[in-house]
Design a binder for this molecule. Structure first.
Ligand code: ADP
Length: 780
């Protein structure tokens, strides 16, 4: 088969140049299939763009009972799989061959790169995506099938690397002050190929433990320094008896755990000289961790030059916390008045695992993490709890350092800072206070026995009063935080226990949940006692009637680091591929969104009278949307806002968008959400000329977002639901991160900022913006 001649004869690929065709063909495979055989299964991740060469295939959308909703026949030259590539959602329908068929599978990255470079081909594919998106939006049953396809995907968050196009080997490195921990993952294998730990580096007692799929050994070996430790690791990985690879450069990429990324790193970062400098600048925030994490990064650069490496930060997941959660109530002018660093704020830690368990819980619950409110309790030697609202960490118990929050193995957790002053005034040195609060407090300080919860529980069982008090205090404080975070989130869908104590101690889980029945948490005594989690597994321990699911998830930071490594490197590839002329020239108009209300039909009729229709005041850039003449009053517990415009068209649910300043005026707390994501949002009363409506929920503070068409998205190399950072151009560019991308054929390219953000950065409606980078995507 002359593939080049075939592709040139098709509608979609006829504009590609000879070299573009060569690039595409080289990366693609040609497959054959029999009648009845599935080419695509509903729920599988969108890894390829398919082109049918010969034969016939059928796309079948069926409902949950198997009844056909929609079907289409594909013939030679037709393409499929493009919707998953655009949305990142799994395939929504089965594609089945009805004749002996031959098809091309082009890996999605290669396809995007080739298409992005060819405006005519891009236009044709964009037109196809537009057609299919419109088809989907106009058919409710079909839309439901698209939405529910996630439930048929066993790995919607790629925690098992199912998006990988070809197997890759990823080495995960965690380099501490005197230890080197490493795991080697193969994306086609569910468990790590090999895991190793070199401890007590630089002492006489150093040792090396290795566990592989072949065997497990522990050797006392002299490891005087880090360079020797890395050589030890390399030898173990390539050892013919225990090792997993023949040569070290079989490793495709390296992921590094880095403890502190300050407020610089909101996501994992591909390592460059600039990123190394950024990690170095965070050393004052984590002097006991970052220097060693950095040493690991630099050592691996020597061992595997030219291989992609990624830094994954413990702090990154928490970097979208609101100011009220991350600020300490101290002077905002520490630099100016006291000449000290202004980095004194809360950052939070354990972010990699809090994120991992929230995604694991969402996978288990077969729901999108973007519709769940989760509290995650990471209870290891170090312990922290995190409130996760629709996938974003909105508060966590550790602060500027890992000392704040829960009582831990040896750390005190929350303490009156006045007690520190008292200790210092009592003659203890700074070093002694540091040692007392970090190493001699927590369970160890309270019991004088141990920092190990197992020993303390045993001692408590044998009647030791101090041990009983330590257990009670540990659980009391955790319980207090759970209830506080339930208030922060406005309710909870799932409570997750993870890490050493969380995974293994039914006694602690039981004590913590006891008495929380009134907030909807009911634990099953039997399931709790029976729960045994292994890595990669999850147990449900809530009672049948519990409103809130209680789950136990095994911590797996290493797997999450490997996944982050894959994703960050893939995103970097997309960024490089996006058409240079688009990146340089195409600017995005900025639209500053003041408060406004979208009404559903019923509420509109109540507020403005039966039979009334909306009157256009002025058109908005987004097609179908206009600002109406009609206004209403928002009435909150503390105040009112009058003359709030209604924006057409009418929607299925009423939604009120206001700014932070206005929330304050009204006396309500509205979550930052994407339009349409209203569950658990704030309540308000709307007053119109014909009546009033009390909304139980519906008030949000709109998350910054960009509207774009499929063609825009393709040319930027961006997908629906990507999170990007943008620069608003001006005399001094203003950078906004965490901008949500929404792709729809009816949209017009536009960045929406709310009035507070625009005012504080002195941005006007005439401004334009440029996309800087993709920060993250839900699914690669
Ligand atoms: P780290 O935070 O050091 O990574 P882990 O997540 O491995 O630690 O948690 C270690 C802690 O878990 C130990 O200090 C121990 O107190 C606790 N732990 C482990 N198993 C049990 C158990 N069966 N019951 C109570 N506590 C346990």
């Amino acid at each position: 088969m002359d593939l080049k001649a075939f592709l040139t004869s098709t509608h979609y690929f006829s504009d590609l140049s000879d070299s573009e065709l060569n690039t595409l063909i080289e990366a693609s495979t040609v497959e054959e299939c029999r009648p009845g055989q599935k080419i695509v299964s509903r729920g599988q991740p969108g890894r390829f763009l398919f082109v049918l060469i010969t034969g016939k295939a059928e796309v079948n959308f069926t409902d949950t009972l198997g009844a056909k909703l929609f079907s289409a026949t594909l013939k030679s030259g037709d393409v499929f799989g493009e919707m998953s590539i655009m949305t990142g959602e799994p395939e929504a329908a089965d594609v089945v061959a009805v004749e002996p068929s031959q098809y091309i599978a082009a890996p999605r990255d290669m396809f995007s790169q080739v298409i992005v470079g060819n405006p005519a081909a891009l236009h044709k594919i964009a037109a196809l995506i537009t057609k299919r998106m419109t088809q989907k939006e106009q058919n409710e049953a079909l839309l439901a099938q698209y939405k529910s396809s996630r439930q048929d995907n066993p790995d919607p968050y790629d925690l098992n690397f199912s998006s990988a196009l070809k197997p890759a080997k990823i080495l995960v490195i965690n380099c501490g002050s005197s230890s080197l921990k490493y795991s080697l993952f193969d994306t086609s294998n569910p468990t790590p190929l090999i895991e190793g730990l070199i401890e007590k580096i630089g002492t006489n007692a150093s040792y090396h433990k290795v566990k592989s799929q072949k065997s497990e050994i522990k050797n006392e070996t002299a490891v005087p320094d880090f360079p020797k430790a890395f050589l030890e690791m390399e030898t173990a990985l390539t050892d013919s008896t225990i090792g997993a690879i023949a040569a070290f450069d079989e490793i495709d990429a390296v992921g590094h755990r880095v403890v502190h990324g300050g407020d610089k790193f909101k996501n994992s970062a591909v390592i460059t000289d600039e990123v190394i400098e950024g990690i170095r600048q965070c050393i004052p925030l984590a002097p006991l961790h970052n220097p060693y994490n950095l040493a690991g990064v630099e050592e691996m650069r020597k061992h595997l030059p030219g291989k992609g490496a990624v830094a994954v930060f413990d702090t990154a997941f928490h970097q979208n916390m609101p100011e009220s959660a991350y600020l300490y109530a101290i002077s905002r002018d520490l630099g100016q008045i006291y000449h000290v660093s202004e980095n004194i704020r809360r950052y939070g830690f354990h972010g990699t695992n809090h994120n991992y368990v929230s995604l694991t819980a969402a996978t288990y619950l077969k729901r999108s993490v973007r519709e769940l409110r989760i509290i995650s309790c990471h209870l290891g030697n170090g312990a922290s709890i995190c409130a996760i609202d629709h996938g974003t960490s909105v508060d966590t118990s550790m602060g500027m350092t890992p000392l704040e929050g829960l009582a831990m193995g040896t750390r005190c957790g929350d303490i009156d800072p006045g007690a520190l002053i008292y200790l210092l005034n009592s003659g203890l040195s700074v070093k002694e206070v540091d040692n007392l609060l970090n190493k001699e407090s927590g369970l160890k300080g309270l019991t004088g026995l141990s920092n190990d919860m197992r020993e303390i529980l045993d001692a408590a069982d044998s009647g030791n009063d101090r041990a009983k008090t330590a257990v009670s205090l540990f659980c009391y404080r955790l319980k207090k935080y759970i209830a506080a975070y339930a208030a922060v989130l406005g309710g909870i869908d799932a409570l997750v226990f993870t890490a050493g104590i969380g995974e293994n101690s039914a006694a602690i889980r039981g004590r913590v949940c006891h008495g929380l029945e009134n907030i909807g948490l009911v634990i099953s005594k039997e399931a709790n006692e029976k729960a045994k989690v292994k890595r990669g597994h999850i147990e449900e321990i809530s009672a049948a009637g519990s409103q809130i699911k209680i789950l136990v998830v095994a911590a797996d930071e290493e797997r999450m680091i490997a996944r982050e490594t894959l994703h960050a490197l893939n995103i970097a590839k997309v960024r490089e591929a996006a058409a240079p002329e688009v990146k340089a020239k195409r600017q995005i108009p900025v639209y500053i969104t003041g408060h406004h209300v979208h009404l559903c039909e019923k509420d509109f009729a109540t507020l403005f009278g039966e039979g009334k229709t909306l009157t256009k005041k002025h058109q908005l850039r987004q097609q179908l949307s206009f600002v109406a003449e009609e206004t209403l009053t928002l009435s909150g517990p503390l105040g009112k806002i009058e003359n709030v415009r209604v924006v057409a068209p009418l929607k299925t649910e009423t939604q009120v968008e206001i700014s932070r300043t206005e929330e304050f005026k009204l006396g309500i707390d509205a979550p930052v959400r994407v339009s349409g994501d209203l569950e658990g949002s704030a309540s308000i009363t709307l007053e119109g000329p014909a009546g009033s409506v009390k909304l139980e929920s519906g008030v949000i503070c709109a998350r910054r977002h960009i509207h774009m068409t499929p063609a825009d998205a393709l040319s930027y190399g961006i997908r629906d639901h990507d999170i990007v950072s943008v620069a608003v151009l001006g005399r001094k560019d203003v950078v906004f991160s965490d901008v949500f991308v929404r792709v729809n054929p009816n949209y017009t390219l536009e960045l929406h900022l709310d009035t507070d953000e625009a005012n504080s950065a002195a941005i006007s409606d005439a401004a334009t913006a440029r996309i800087l980078e993709i920060q993250s995507r839900a699914f690669i």
